[in-house]
Every structure is written in C-alpha cells, then in structure tokens.
Design a protein around this ligand. Structure first.
Ligand code: GLC
Length: 418
C-alpha cells in the first residue's frame, strides 16, 4: 500500500522538479528533462510532462504541447529535440539549426485527448488537430512507403531508448560494447542519414530499417485517440480512416512480429526478428492489442519470472538472461520510470491489479530512496544517470490512474446501460 504521506511527498517533489526545469523562450513554455544533462525540449518527454502537469494546472500542460508543436517540419514530422535558447550547444550534426532531424515515439494524440477529457475545451482540439493530422499522416506515409502497415524508425534514438541492445545487430555492434562505442556508431549513422537528406523512405533501405514494437504499439494506440479527436471536431471520415489504419497496423504486427506469445521488433526488408528480450515485449499491453489470455501468459512467463524481469526493483529494461544485460548501463538493464509508466497503465487496463500494485510500490520505493534520477539499478534501487530528471514525476499519474480508469469504466457501463 502506498500511504497518503508518500503520495503527498511525491506529488510535491514532482511538481518541484517540473517547476525547476520549466523554461520560457519567446513566450513559449516548456520543460527540460534535466537542467545539467538534457537542457532542451524533447518530444516524448514533453508528452510525459503534459500528462503530469494536467494534474496540477491544465493550462501549463497545454502550453507544453503547444511549444512542442511549434517546430513541425513541412512534411509533418515532429523533431525529437528543439534547441530553444540561442546558447544551446549542439554537438550532433543534424543539418538543422534549431532542431534535430529525427522524431520520437508518437504519444502526442493520446496526451491531447486526455487533456480534452479533463476540461472539454473543444477550441484546444480544433487548434491542434491539423498539426496532429499532419504528424500521424507523415508517419503512415513516409515511414511505411511500401504500405505494409508497419512504420520504421531510422535511428535508435527515435525509439527513445538510444542504447537499447535491440539495436545492436541493426547497428552492426556486438553486445559487448562501451557507451562511447555505441555513441560513435550512432553519430556515424547521423552522418549517413545526412547523406540521404534524412529522407526516411530512402535512408531506411540503406542504413537502418527497424520496425520497433513499442513505436508501432504507441502508434496503434494513438491512431485510436486521433480518431476520437477527429470525430470530436466533426471529421467522421478522417476518424474512420485512422481507425482503419490502426486495424491494418495491428494485423501487420501480429503477422510479422508475433511468435510464441512475444512481439519482436524486426530488422530490414525481410522483417527478420530481433530476438533480444527487452521491456519492449510488454509495450503491446499498453497499446491494448493482446487478448486477455496473451496478456496474462506474457506477464506470468516473463514479467514475473525471476530469471528474466522479476528483480528487487521493477522493471529492468532488459531481461536478466540476456547477454547484453547490464544493471547500470544506459537502456541496457536499469529501470526507467517511463517504461514503468507504460507497463503500469497496461496492467491496470488488463485488470492485473496485484502485479500493478507491486510495480507502483516498487516505483515509489525507488523514488523515495534515490530521488528524481534518470534510471535505477534493478537490484539495489540506486539512482543513476542525470539528476533532477523529470520522468519520476510520472508517478503522479500512476498514483491516480487506477482510480481514474475505474471511474471511466463505471462511466462507460452506465452509458452502455442507459
Ligand atoms: C535520452 C533518452 C531519451 C530522452 C532524452 C531526454 O536521450 O534516451 O529517451 O528523450 O534523454 O530525456
């Protein structure tokens, strides 16, 4: 049981870190993930921030999303980093001055929809719809040029899990590697992508062509939210179109990625499965694309398995029985609060409340012990990586999500009954 006092302390600490990391440039308000290590605006980070800010001040949550959408590319892509301040140092040659040239997981439709559920501000939905339409259309068009219904990422950083061992083979790296080696190889990839002008359809075939399970799972879930938004602003045809895209995507994930109960990311034109067990195998839970039987088998066999993902502090990003597992290595074993948040929501949505409660308690224990660090050792709970890192604030959403989910279900069954 998480106590009232713990909840109060964590809400207070979460708001503090979000306020400390808040920046305003030219009237645009946004939050940097960590002042010393990550002093820019990032795409999926801002989606996390807005989700949490909605609990404190919905106006601030909307500002976070508005600033995020200011640097959309002509083709609809949302860049994964925005360098707001003139003094922001850019060490990566993206070929752009103010942004990167790649994207990050497409969570923004879901956040916008959840903000809308709080205040029913239809003007906000109407204001943002075109930008959302253009972003998701970009992904469906440019990241799936052959219309096979799975979208590709062109760089590991687009997954948000920059150094994950899922990407070792596609990058031509062995599992035994140092952080500088991995970074060097990813910088080389940026140079390669520059040589093909970051034109995804073309670059994918040459340099890096991964269909990632979390990215596609997030997209599936977000197409559903985008459809709801389209409906709400009176565009029923577009809503139908996005629902159909979601259906195709889920069918394609099942046919190309699923084997023996696990969805695997794929590499290359022939969709060879990348059989490295990372937390990504649980992303379909968050997206709601598993049957109840599949979901409980996945959780029993892997999440609760002491030689895989069951550790004193849950949930490691890589299974303990993987040769690449490193409890202190960036995206190669430690616990991240983002992945815990995805998993927690998935478990609650599937009604697995006991497992979800353990995950919540473990997350609370880590934060109380180590503070708002970037990631945590799954064996000891020790905090690692950046300081004053905002993702710990996702605990605020986890603390209310189960209650809000059951209120939603009650609301849904009431309206079904009426
Ligand atoms: C690291 C993470 C990425 C995150 C960024 C800012 O690069 O891998 O997911 O968006 O930091 O927090």
């Amino acid at each position: 049981m998480v106590t009232r006092a713990q909840t109060d302390r964590l809400r207070k600490a979460s708001l503090e870190v979000l306020l400390k990391n808040r920046r305003v440039t030219d009237g645009h308000q946004y939050t940097v993930p960590s002042p010393s290590t990550y002093p820019y605006q990032w795409l999926w980070d801002s989606c996390f921030h807005a989700t949490v800010l909605a609990q404190f001040d919905i106006g601030d949550a909307k500002k976070e999303i508005r600033s995020l959408l200011t640097h959309q590319f002509d083709d609809g892509m949302l860049p994964h980093m925005i360098y707001w301040q003139p003094g922001d140092f850019v060490t990566i040659p993206w070929g752009k001055e103010r942004t990167s040239s790649i994207t990050q997981p497409p969570l923004v439709a879901q956040v916008v929809w959840e903000l809308y559920l709080r205040d029913r501000d239809i003007a906000f939905l109407k204001e943002l719809y075109t930008a959302l339409y253009r972003f998701y259309s970009y992904l469906l068009r440019e990241r799936d040029p052959r219309r096979n219904h799975l979208v590709g990422i062109i760089n590991p950083d687009e997954s948000g899990e920059d150094n994950s061992p899922r990407f070792d083979a596609p990058l031509g790296l062995s599992h035994e590697q140092t952080l500088p080696e991995n970074f060097g190889r990813r910088l080389m990839l940026v140079a390669q992508l520059q040589s093909c002008n970051f034109d995804a359809a073309y670059c994918m075939k040459q340099y890096f062509w991964v269909k990632d399970v979390p990215f596609n799972s997030f997209l599936a879930k977000n197409l559903e939210y985008l459809a709801k938004i389209a409906e709400e602003v009176g565009l029923a045809d577009e809503a139908r179109g996005f629902r159909a895209e979601r259906e195709h995507l889920v069918v394609a994930m099942r046919s190309r990625m699923l084997e023996d109960g696990i969805f695997w990311s794929t590499n290359g034109a022939d969709y060879s499965k990348i059989k490295v067990k990372t937390w990504a195998i649980f992303a379909p839970l968050f997206a709601g694309i598993l049957t109840e039987g599949e979901a409980s088998a996945l959780v029993e066999r892997h999440l609760l398995n002491a030689s895989e993902f069951k550790t004193p502090f849950m949930v490691p990003t890589v299974s303990k029985d993987e040769p690449s597992f490193d409890p202190r290595g960036m995206w190669r074993g430690p616990v991240w609060m983002s992945t815990n948040w995805f998993l927690y929501r998935g478990l609650i949505d599937y009604g697995m409340h006991d497992v979800a409660e353990d995950l919540l308690e473990s997350s609370v224990a880590m934060l109380e012990r180590a503070g708002f660090r970037e990631f945590f050792d799954p064996e000891t709970g020790e905090g690692l990586g950046a300081h004053d890192f905002t993702w710990g604030a996702l605990i605020v959403d986890m603390l209310v999500y189960a209650g809000e989910a059951s209120a939603r279900t009650r609301g849904a069954s009431r309206s079904a009954a009426s």
